[in-house]
Ligand binder design. Structure first.
Ligand code: HEC
Length: 134
């Protein structure tokens, strides 16, 4: 009986740890939507694969505490590998990084130089694609 209790306890613990380690259950906030004009903005660094390493550094400095090393999302932070995130335009991702979503715990990064924000978008595009049905 005691052993069964432990098994359940350890099982629940591992399950919770797994849920914390990535955020597959992430649902976008329908109220956090880039205006059409912002979404249509072109990435001035498009095609510049040389800026990706710098984007990775910026990501490590500013983002991994919430999104994890590979953007998988810790706690309730967005899993940036999900198709629902990656399907969006560069302009949309740039706008979301710029404005943040204070209500849901995503800080604003309008203080970072614009080109660094575009550089972050370039890095986000290199994250492994999550195979999810969403
Ligand atoms: C303090 C924690 C935290 C930090 C630091 C943080 N984020 Fe976020 N981020 C979040 C949360 C939480 C969400 C989900 C917000 C929501 O539910 O609407 C999010 C959402 C996002 C989204 C939008 C995903 C979508 O649904 O389209 C992007 C893109 C993003 N973050 C990029 C970044 C980048 C790039 C950085 C670093 C410059 C960063 N975040 C730093 C917590 C954080």
């Amino acid at each position: 009986m005691k052993a069964a209790g432990w098994t359940i306890f350890v099982g629940l613990f591992l399950g919770a740890a797994l849920l914390m380690a990535q955020n597959l259950g992430y649902r976008q906030d329908p109220g956090w939507k880039a205006p059409a004009k912002a979404a249509a903005r072109k990435n001035p660094l498009a095609g510049r694969s040389d800026v990706i390493a710098g984007g990775k550094k910026l990501f490590e400095q500013h983002c991994i505490e919430c999104h994890g090393h590979s953007g998988q999302g810790l706690g309730h932070a967005a899993d940036l590998q999900l198709p629902v995130v990656q399907r969006q335009s560069d302009g949309t991702l740039f706008w979301k990084i710029t404005t943040g979503n204070a209500r849901h715990g995503m800080p604003t990064f309008s203080g970072l130089p614009e080109l660094q924000r575009w550089q972050l978008v370039m890095f986000l595009r290199t994250l492994p694609a999550r195979k999810a049905s969403r």
